[in-house]
Design a protein. Structure first.
Lengths: 114, 109
């Protein structure tokens, strides 16, 4: 099993450009999450999904959109990138069975917006 | 914003024991998780406390006191490879995690 994978690993955008980050998991997990991590800080939840076809806002959703058309994929979109969105983006998933579920994280996408 | 507080840095000697404390806001609290993250890497799960008390996993233990809104991670027999950032995270509804800002642990020879 590959676990959680993210595409791309690195990306540089110009202000105003758009892009989509792809997260895929092969563990049949119901719950998926998108976080951003800025230097020296913890992870902040952007959006999450509790199952195929569902999405919900997290702590810092502004400027991002998400879609969960297939259970194994969770897409994060930036419609008009801003320098403030320069960050490392992590996707995670969990099976949602019982409390304290371990979240499995992807390797991250390092995004720079110029 | 972050609703968990943990020290920003801790330094310890190889072979020693170190405790990383975490206090949290109780709103919507289900439990407290701990994650480890090496520089340039992804967070990895270490431990979870849903009830008061101590959970032990090898050299790592985690403790929770709901009445004090407090928990800690205890690392024993420190090794150089334990140098990393450690995050406490409050479990919210829908298994969401709200992370603290992290504690950077430096293990010295």
């Amino acid at each position: 099993n590959a676990g959680v994978t993210q595409t791309p690993k690195f990306r540089v955008l110009k202000t105003g450009q758009s892009m989509t980050l792809l997260c895929a998991q092969d563990m049949n997990h119901e719950y998926m999450y998108w976080y951003r991590q800025d230097p020296g800080m913890g992870l902040r939840l952007i959006h999450y999904s509790v199952g195929e076809g569902t999405t919900a806002k997290g702590e810092v959703p502004d400027g991002y959109n998400v879609s969960r058309l297939k259970k194994q994929n969770f897409l994060l979109g930036l419609e008009s990138a801003a320098p403030s969105q320069t960050s490392v983006y992590f996707c995670a998933s969990t099976n949602g069975q019982g409390a304290g579920n371990e979240q499995f994280f992807g390797p991250g996408t390092r995004l720079t917006v110029l | 914003g972050q609703s968990l507080e943990q020290p920003s840095e801790v330094t310890a000697v190889e072979g020693a024991i170190v405790q990383i404390n975490c206090t949290y806001q109780t709103s919507g609290f289900y439990g407290l998780s701990w994650y480890q993250q090496h520089d340039g890497g992804a967070p990895t799960f270490l431990s979870y406390n849903g009830l008061d008390g101590l959970e032990e996993t090898g050299r790592f233990s985690s403790f929770l006191s709901r009445s004090d809104s407090y928990g800690y991670l205890l690392l024993q027999e420190l090794q150089m490879k334990d140098s990393a950032s450690y995050f406490c995270a409050r479990e919210d509804s829908s298994y969401k995690l709200i992370f603290g800002s992290g504690t950077r642990l430096l293990v010295r020879p």
